[in-house]
Design a protein around this ligand. Structure first.
Ligand SMILES: [Fe+2]
Length: 400
């Protein structure tokens, strides 16, 4: 498919008002299959929102009604915000809630750099025109006007991009990561993030990114010891008490993501919603038709550009409607504990060489060998078929 760059894309920025989005020709709850057909049998991650407005139009009466409701009610009440140097408090809140908001992670220079890169990559994703009069191609298996920087990349990650790679070890994030993992030997697993365009009128279903197997391997047990968890056993046996088993699962997330905010999160522009305390749940989150209103409103309104959210990826979360005229982008970096397995080698050696010693250490499993370009790295496309072709049809994952 030919790529185009309409004027609105040339001017695209991930902060401030934009003409991007609000495509009335893209029907509510549409998604796309691997080739871009809008009515796939398998909707993938594009779970419909039964309460979505009827038209993707800024002035649609349902949109106006929802906007009024969100203005009055949106946002988690009493949201805790930590400074980067409040390590103990941030760890405490993270373990309690399964996420913590931390202010001022990016200085003005880093924020500008990340905004430019977020806009540059989004421009590439949107340069594939939509079919039958639609402005854009919806990403395979997602709701309209919502894209993932990670899954839109043919390598599944953006660690080949110097800007994303340059965010893995920041003076504001590394001390907190070291405290959360209780070691310097954690891993970078990947980098990407997500975004929604103005006119993403649907709620994304509540979900977790990763289900905990519940298995406590020797590596995970050793990590629990490092974290200072008292390993209590049934009298006369080496079998962990159920309460200890549970505590180990709570304290040892298989994945921690930092989402960086490129714009302020307002009641209107699609703030992420998080359900506090859901990170150790074994039950599944409610389906869209069953989700209570308090969960739909449990969003991180008040977060500012340059801040970030440290998320336990098991915690229930979801994107919310962007009824504004501003793109809401949240690029991310994902980290795994020392016992993490199966990290794909998506960071080119040349990029790895430019990093700080600590960044090199934590990227040791994500780094490709010298002279080996990670399959698909550098190709962005909303459709799975095109990404697979770019990656040579090969699985990009390798064990380390
Ligand atoms: Fe997610």
């Amino acid at each position: 498919m030919t790529r185009t760059t309409p004027p609105e894309l040339n001017a695209l920025k991930v902060t401030g008002e934009t003409d991007v989005g609000w495509d009335v020709n893209t029907l509510p709850n549409e998604t796309a299959d691997e080739e871009g057909n809008p009515t796939p049998l398998d909707r993938g991650f594009g779970v419909p929102d039964p309460r979505a407005p009827k038209t993707r139009s800024y002035d649609d009466p349902d949109v106006v009604r929802l906007r009024k409701h969100l203005k009055a009610n949106n946002g988690l009440k009493g949201l805790d915000v930590c400074s980067p140097d409040e390590i103990d408090r941030a760890v405490r809140i993270y373990r309690r809630d399964g996420f913590v908001v931390v202010r001022d992670l990016l200085d003005a220079e880093k924020l500008a750099e990340f905004r430019d890169a977020s806009a540059r990559v989004l421009r590439e994703i949107l340069s594939v025109p939509g079919i039958d009069g639609r402005k854009y191609t919806t990403e395979t298996g997602r709701l309209p006007h919502r894209y993932s920087y990670g899954t839109s990349s043919a390598s599944r990650q953006l660690l080949h991009d110097p800007v994303w790679a340059g965010m893995v070890d920041l003076p504001t994030t590394t001390p907190l990561l070291k405290a959360l993992f209780a070691t310097s030997d954690y891993f970078v697993v990947g980098a990407g993030g997500d975004l929604c365009l103005p006119g993403a009128i649907e709620y994304q279903h509540l979900h977790y990114d990763q289900k905990d197997s519940g298995e406590i391997t020797q590596g995970r047990l050793a990590h629990a010891r490092q974290l200072g968890i008292e390993l209590r056993t049934r009298p006369g046996t080496s079998e962990l008490l159920a309460t200890t088993h549970r505590l180990i699962l709570e304290r040892t997330p298989p994945l921690i993501t930092i989402n960086f905010l490129m714009s302020d999160l307002t009641w209107e522009n699609g703030p992420i919603r998080q359900i506090p305390g859901s990170h150790a749940m074994q039950q599944s989150p409610p389906k869209p038709e069953d989700e209570p209103e308090w969960m739909r409103l449990s969003t991180l309104v008040g977060g500012k550009a340059g801040w970030g959210v440290f998320r336990d990826n098991r915690a229930w979360h979801g994107a919310t409607p962007n009824l504004s005229r501003e793109i809401r982008a949240m690029p991310n970096v994902e980290y795994g504990p020392p016992w993490r397995q199966g990290i794909a080698r998506t960071m080119p050696h040349e990029i790895w060489q430019t990093l700080s010693p600590h960044a090199q250490h934590i990227c040791r499993a994500a780094k490709a060998d010298a002279g080996v370009w990670p399959a698909g790295a550098g190709v962005m496309h909303p459709l799975r078929r095109s990404r697979e072709m770019a990656a040579g049809g090969e699985a990009s994952e390798q064990d380390y």
